[in-house]
Design a protein around this ligand. Structure first.
Ligand code: CAA
Length: 240
């Protein structure tokens, strides 16, 4: 029986590439989305991957959403926490809401989804969790105190959960993408983005498929010895 994979923020950008790659590799995929239903419906129509709308930053909504995925497709064996938002602004101008919203959606979401699947993974003695962090959680970024904090938090969260899951066949790993050619990155002011790309040794933005490739490696059944790791996929922009 094919394993069930849930990808948060799985209908657009990096998440859409991950959902598609998992489907192509034989997984039964559920793609979560936040609010852009029209785009999610188009994604489902094109790919045949069902999409499920809920706010991953909301604990109760996430328990209900994962419950629906489980009822439709079966228990979740593979969880990819990809959903994330930015509210870029220097700290001296940052509002309480800009801080809280990014931490809620980018970091607390990982707790919310993992909490919803962890009991089942422990019972079945198998699980693959991949959390998508960012180069900016490793290196910091001007205008991203909120995002860098949340993305750095994901790395620590993943390491702690990796230790807890190790004896139960559950691996937990983090991927830190660099600047990938998505809507989120294209929203960076053009002059700022140009300066960033100039500092990428590979000489270009990454492709969403290049992150999906890393996810496939980490979630494979025979990747059971890879846990607690932080995989950097950034074109050489920041070396850890
Ligand atoms: N380093 C140092 N100084 C900088 C700077 C930088 N990177 N960027 C701006 N400054 C300076 C400006 O030159 C300016 O200096 P002066 O006051 O002396 O003129 C000062 O800081 C204030 O600049 P702004 O008034 O332009 O600041 P702002 O309020 O307009 O905010 C910003 C600027 C919105 C944060 C803008 O710099 C920005 O968008 N930066 C990009 C942030 C970024 O890379 N986000 C990544 C989004 S994609 C993503 O997050 C995905 C992923 O995981 C990689």
């Amino acid at each position: 029986m094919a394993r069930v994979a849930l990808v948060t923020g799985g209908t657009r950008g990096i998440g859409a590439a991950i959902s598609g790659a998992l489907k192509d590799a034989g997984y039964r995929v559920a793609a979560n989305y936040g609010s852009k239903k029209v785009k999610a419906d188009a994604f489902t129509a094109t790919t045949g991957i069902p999409s499920y709308g809920w706010d991953v930053g909301d604990f109760a909504a996430t328990q209900a959403g994962v419950g629906k995925v489980t009822a439709d497709l079966g228990p979740v064996d593979v969880l990819v926490n990809n959903a994330g938002i930015t509210r870029d602004v220097p700290l001296h101008k940052m509002t309480d809401e800009q801080w809280s919203e990014v931490v809620r959606v980018d970091l607390s979401s990982c707790f919310n989804t993992c909490r919803a699947v962890i009991d089942g993974m422990r019972e079945r003695s198998f699980g693959r969790i991949v959390n998508i962090s960012s180069i900016n959680g490793q290196a910091g970024q001007f205008g991203q105190a909120n995002y860098s904090a949340a993305k750095a938090g994901i790395i620590g969260f993943s390491k702690a959960l990796a230790l807890e899951g190790a004896r139960k066949g559950i691996t937990v790993n983090t991927i830190c993408p660099g600047y990938i050619d998505t809507e989120m990155v294209q929203a960076v002011p053009p002059d700022v983005l140009k300066a960033i790309v100039a500092k990428i040794p590979v000489g270009r933005l990454g492709k969403a498929e290049e992150i999906a490739r890393a996810v496939l490696f980490l979630v494979a059944d025979d990747a059971g010895f890879v846990t607690g790791s932080t995989l950097t996929v950034n074109g050489g922009q920041y070396l850890t």
